[in-house]
Design a protein around this ligand. Structure first.
Ligand SMILES: Cc1cc2nc3c(=O)[nH]c(=O)nc-3n(C[C@H](O)[C@H](O)[C@H](O)COP(=O)(O)O)c2cc1C
Length: 187
């Protein structure tokens, strides 16, 4: 994919609350991926992205060791891989190798990115909230890589995106644009 490096990503690059794939790497240099349904933009300036990490997740150990992580947005074309990465552990298998996916070196962090995903954000951990079963891990997005086919100026052409939502054991694609902000008609 011919991706454009964006030095100052904004929260528009993290488009509608999608299923994300967090990428990370072990001390031995083996890259890993964890599927994450719970993520969000926490701040726009600076852009902070939060991900809910189960406190015993293998990937979480790797993220704490490097102090960073990649947030990759899969499209429906990557659904098989996204589902796979949420069902097996990097403790036992190399998910990149299993899926024949490519771990691309990042520009500003140690964790690699997923070449096959159209958007990848490089995040440096700035704060962790210890909440219970999951920690809310907040990372500043210091760079974004966006496939040029969905890039519109500095932003994203959402009509050309095809992200995945996950709800209660199901995967969904996103529907059509309804209207602009403050343009909704009363029923
Ligand atoms: C659709 C989906 C969403 C998931 N969301 C989360 C999540 O938000 N946080 C989390 O810690 N695990 C989540 N998981 C579970 C992990 O992806 C799963 O335990 C994974 O195998 C852990 O990989 P690892 O052992 O290589 O770190 C999700 C799994 C699926 C299938």
């Amino acid at each position: 994919m011919a991706k454009v490096l964006i030095d100052r990503p904004n929260n528009g690059h993290f488009y509608p609350w999608p299923l994300v794939l967090v990428s990370c790497v072990s001390e031995e240099g083996v890259p890993n991926i964890i599927t994450i349904g719970a993520s969000s933009v926490c701040s726009a300036h600076p852009l902070i992205i939060g991900v809910a990490m189960g406190i015993r997740q293998y990937s979480y150990e790797l993220m704490k060791a490097t102090g960073d992580f990649g947030v990759n947005i899969p499209h429906t074309d990557q659904l098989f891989g996204a589902d796979y990465c949420g069902g097996v552990s990097g403790r036992r298998t190399d998910k990149f190798a299993d899926l024949e996916w490519t771990a691309t070196p990042a520009a500003k962090i140690t964790s690699p990115l997923i070449e096959q995903c159209p958007v990848s954000l490089e995040c440096k951990i700035v704060e962790i909230a210890h909440l219970g079963s999951h920690d809310w891990v907040m990372g500043e997005a210091v760079a974004a890589h966006v496939d040029e086919s969905i890039l519109d100026g500095d932003g994203i052409a959402y009509d050309r995106t095809d992200p995945v939502w996950s709800f209660f054991g199901e995967y969904w694609s996103v529907g059509e644009k309804l209207c602009d902000w403050h343009g909704a008609e009363p029923n």
